[in-house]
Design a protein around this ligand. Structure first.
Ligand SMILES: Cc1cc2nc3c(=O)[nH]c(=O)nc-3n(C[C@H](O)[C@H](O)[C@H](O)COP(=O)(O)O)c2cc1C
Length: 197
């Protein structure tokens, strides 16, 4: 797996791709709060995401009170999840829940074998991440956390499944190196499996 050079033939360079290229998962933030307007703008970008059957299963619980984040982290990033403890210093923690819906989740899973709500919240979360990047914020997805404790700590109903967490803030580190990404040739197929054209 090698890094794709920035200029690959056939790619139309554009502002959106520049934003995507600049994004890195950032785990260290400045001890500076994030303006509520910026947080709300990020959630607005997520709100407008597509979703299966337009169910919009996402629910966002935003923590921006450092004491609350500390208490949440002690609870939710403990035991086998302690490797995520770095997140307790994040100025903002956003827990992305999926409100489980009978049609999209039960029927979809039985017939298609796909958990659409996970696709939906993934799309919404990445809308949020890219909007954050555009506003000068950095972020990191977190999948390694105690989902049951997160739900209980935040006092949300059982039908809300904590699917992921996003840490958000102004970056303390600027990582130039990009994590290795697969080459376009490895992941792109036109018309048939064997075809390169
Ligand atoms: C669904 C998902 C879950 C992730 N969970 C974690 C996590 O629990 N802890 C962590 O430090 N990073 C986590 N990450 C961040 C990945 O490690 C990171 O995206 C990957 O290494 C690629 O680096 P990049 O985002 O800078 O391109 C997660 C990313 C995604 C998309």
């Amino acid at each position: 797996m090698t890094n794709q050079p920035d200029h690959v033939s056939g790619i139309i360079e554009n502002e959106f791709l520049k934003l995507v290229k600049n994004r890195r998962s950032i785990r260290r933030f400045l001890p500076q709060s994030v303006e509520r307007e910026k947080i709300i703008t990020c959630i607005e970008a997520a709100r407008l995401s597509p979703s299966a059957e337009n169910v919009q299963p996402w629910r966002f619980m935003v923590l921006d009170d450092p004491e609350k984040i500390q208490a949440f982290s002690q609870d939710v990033f403990s035991g086998i999840y302690r490797f995520t403890r770095w997140a307790e210093k994040s100025p903002v923690i956003i827990v992305i829940f999926a409100e489980l819906d009978w049609l999209a989740n039960r029927v979809g899973k039985e017939i298609q074998g796909t958990q659409y709500f996970l696709l939906d919240v993934g799309i919404a979360g990445e809308h949020l991440v890219l909007q954050a990047e555009q506003l000068g914020l950095a972020s990191c997805w977190i999948g390694w956390f105690n989902a049951r404790k997160a739900r209980k700590f935040l006092g949300v109903p059982r039908r809300w499944k904590a699917a992921a967490i996003l840490a958000l803030g102004y970056p303390q580190q600027h990582i130039k190196e990009r994590r290795p990404k697969k080459k376009l040739e490895e992941i792109l197929f036109f018309n048939s499996y064997n075809s390169k054209k």
